[in-house]
Design a protein around this ligand. Structure first.
Ligand code: ATP
Ligand code: MG
Length: 452
């Protein structure tokens, strides 16, 4: 990117820039520890830290100018004539810069929201579109009011399509992000239970996700999970639905899941293969296919893109484990919906005698958290052979399974990850596959790490 001096002068109430000298900004950054070249530092005031305290570090790491909240004291030792642009609110200024830069580059904007599958869908869309377009996407999980404008500002000038993940914790947040990005295509991957504590009910969650329509361009298109009744009220000429049900515009069928690839058809006529695990990734791929078709791509080029897709880490990530076993590291996060989907995948894969579930606590589920954990047990059946839980909430899944007359599955609950890891190692051999999944806060990847 390149931010012009006059734009900075426009958003600033006053400035201390060297008169007559242009500043060629290549990057915008908020973390003073990041090394940049020709960077514009934007100090953000957070709950725990105030970015303004770190200006000198930012300069050491490559800042050539900074925004600065009016009235804040400047640090001593600041190089003379260092360009400073004073603004009322640095966060607002970041948004403003992103808005203007987005208008300047004017790519096709794709916004992705939903309870689960945002990052995976964003990665899939980018993998597919990059075969025909110059693309840019949200890095990792940079999906909030700070990550989204930073993603926009990191887009190269030549970008033709930008794919933006939009996350939220509460009402109003998706509306804000959508109004900032003004998507041409907006996708809602699914409605689960995440953040039910703040949003009250699944209806509330669905309403919050549908806020993505608020900023959708007038001729924009909404792509939805067509198997979710809560979303279907929105169906209109501008809506495309994807899913398994008969009435979907992009109907998935003929699913064949092997341990290393999955085949499926769309509307019985286009056939695709993905190298990703999990039924949910078929649906996520169907969104990418719908977007690609809408932008005029053909089946062959779409398949080339799907072949190249590598998902951001810890999402059904398949690794070789100890003694020839297979470890599915899905420890990035979990909700009851995504946990059940992952368990279904574990049941469908061919060729394993021992199928071990390592499941932990799920957070932010509100008053029904116990019931929601217990509901996971309803999908745990043969050919699953072992259920190992960790944490006080994870234990509810084990209790529900034990109460259900199960005598085929070995069930154990552990207090600590270390204890669990010790007990799982003897179960690993050529015929074993292990799924590891819980909420982010549980950090179950530490278990996975010990099993590779
Ligand atoms: P976050 O809110 O943390 O950013 P996300 O929405 O970006 O999450 P991903 O990181 O893509 O979601 O996937 C997280 C997990 O959600 C996956 O590992 C998988 O278990 C599950 N998942 C992915 N896609 C779907 C889907 N379409 N429906 C249900 N569960 C899904
Ligand atoms: Mg994400």
């Amino acid at each position: 990117m390149a931010i012009k001096l006059n734009l900075l002068k426009e958003i600033a109430s006053k400035d201390r820039s060297a008169i007559g000298e242009d500043i060629n900004i290549k990057e915008v950054f908020i973390d003073s520890r990041k090394e940049v070249q020709n960077g514009l530092f934007i100090p953000i005031v957070g709950d725990r830290f105030d970015g303004h305290s770190f200006l000198l570090g930012a300069i050491k790491n490559g800042a050539i100018a900074t925004l600065w909240e009016e009235g804040k004291e400047l640090p001593s030792g600041l190089p003379e004539n260092f360009p400073i642009f004073f603004v009322k609110d640095t966060l607002k200024a970041l948004e403003q810069l992103a808005r203007v830069y987005l208008q300047e580059v004017a790519p096709i904007v794709i916004g992705v929201t939903g309870s689960n599958g945002k990052t995976s869908t964003k990665d899939l869309i980018e993998a597919v579109l990059t075969t025909e377009f110059k693309t840019h996407k949200t890095a990792g999980n940079y999906n909030n009011h700070i990550g989204l404008p930073l993603t926009i500002l990191s887009m190269p000038k030549e970008c033709e399509v930008i794919i933006l993940e939009m996350g939220m914790n509460n009402f109003g947040e998706i509306s804000f992000l959508s109004n900032l990005a003004k998507p041409d295509l907006a996708i809602i991957t699914n409605i689960g239970e995440s953040h039910i504590e703040q949003l009250g009910s699944r209806e509330g969650i669905s309403k919050a996700k549908l806020e993505i329509v608020d900023g959708l361009k007038n001729d924009g298109v909404l792509i939805l999970d067509g198997d979710e009744p809560l979303l279907l009220g929105e169906k209109s000429a501008q809506t495309i639905t994807c899913g398994y049900g008969e009435s979907n515009d992009y109907r998935i069928s003929n699913i064949e899941q092997k341990s290393n690839l999955t085949r499926f058809s769309i509307n019985e006529q286009d056939h695709y293969t993905i190298r990703l695990l999990g039924k949910h990734n078929i649906k996520n791929s169907s969104y990418a296919i719908a977007v690609a078709k809408y932008l005029g791509m053909n089946e062959h080029t779409i398949q080339v893109g799907l072949n190249n897709c590598v998902l951001t880490g810890m999402r059904m990530e398949k690794q070789q484990g100890l003694n020839g076993s297979i470890i599915i590291n899905d420890a990035y996060n979990s909700s009851p919906t995504s946990m059940k989907a992952a368990i279904e995948t574990m049941k469908q894969l061919d060729g394993f005698q021992r199928r071990v579930l390592v499941l932990g606590d799920m957070y932010e589920l509100g008053n029904d958290e116990k019931e929601l954990h217990r509901s996971v047990a309803s999908v745990i059946s043969t050919p699953i052979t072992h259920l190992l839980t960790v944490g006080d909430k994870g234990k509810w899944i084990a209790e529900a399974l034990l109460e259900s007359n199960n005598d085929k599955i070995e069930v154990n609950s552990y207090h600590s990850k270390e204890e669990l890891t010790k007990h799982i190692k003897p179960l690993l051999d050529h015929g074993s596959i292990v799924l590891i999944k819980a909420s982010r806060g549980m950090k179950l990847e530490t278990i996975a790490k010990d099993l590779y």
